[in-house]
Design a protein around this ligand. Sequence first.
Ligand code: FDA
Length: 310
Amino acid sequence: MHAASKAIFYALSRSAVLKRLASRHGLATPTSFASRFVAGETIESAIEVSRRLQSQGLLVTLDHLGERVGSIEESVTAARDYLRLLDAIVAAGVERNVSLKLTQLGIDIDYATCVDNLRSILEPASRHGCFVRIDMENSPYTARTLTIFETLWEQDYRNVGVVLQAYLRRTEADVHRMNQLGASVRLVKGAYRETAATAYTRTQDVDAAFLRLAKLLLDEGSLPAIATHDPVLIDAVRAYATKRRLARDRFEFEMLYGIRRDLQASLVATGYRVRVYVPFGHEWFPYFMRRLGERPANVVFVLRSLAAER
Ligand code: FDA
């Protein structure tokens, strides 16, 4: 994806007017344009989607969409939403695995509140055997996110893992540190707009870094998640894992809901663990815009759906 169009979609993802317009139409019905990528606005709809995915042999992680809360109260509400999600997951019997963002839990507002909010989720999650993955946001949050993660790790929370972004120049050192800790890492290419000083900006450099880091994780990591839809990288990871005689339950592939469903199914059919990231909630707009920014064809898909609905 060209940096320029990624930048445009990044800017649009922050537009309040577009967000209001999209909220009215995007998920109004199960066939609305955003429902290809977002599992509805409610916990119930996300659980229904998760059940369907699990019946196809896929694993899931549920993400209650939200980022950048504006007050301590909102961050506490976001943490409570996760507690409700945990209860619902346990009651419904779907897989116990969630993903969350620290800007949702107040990292911008108050560090201690953010840590408390996260701990308030990790405690019951741990009791229920639920794994919590901390998503990685743009580079101003990288160090702080890892510090919070490592603080809780030192406090013996083990049902938690992080995400590292292959496009960041710093990531190789972070991978080594996480491998030494024995922490589970989800490796992604990276979805935000970053400068050349911080990140690789050429596609081939990002892809090369991804494969190099994926190998490090396969060699020394703890249940790494290789999160990409890129068939070339997936094939390279499979080949490396086979060469190293790694059992198929020692790592997993992860993909986003609605993206490369064909590849998800074919990996499951060949015996790999494949986890689908299932996002839901009212705050779906920025997530959705990032997905459009990754692939121009998605814009055509949205326009077609809109035309069909008229
Ligand atoms: P790339 O963008 O090169 O795409 C490879 C191929 O995949 C494309 O040719 C196309 O076929 C398909 N594809 C990719 N994106 C598509 C789309 N939007 N629509 C349709 N097809 C598409 N990022 C981040 O910064 N922090 C995070 O915490 C996470 N978390 C996360 C979890 C999971 C499970 C996944 C899969 C991804 C993330 N990401 C993320 C997003 C990640 O950084 C990246 O932006 C996307 O995965 C797209 O990159 P690919 O690796 O798929 O490759």
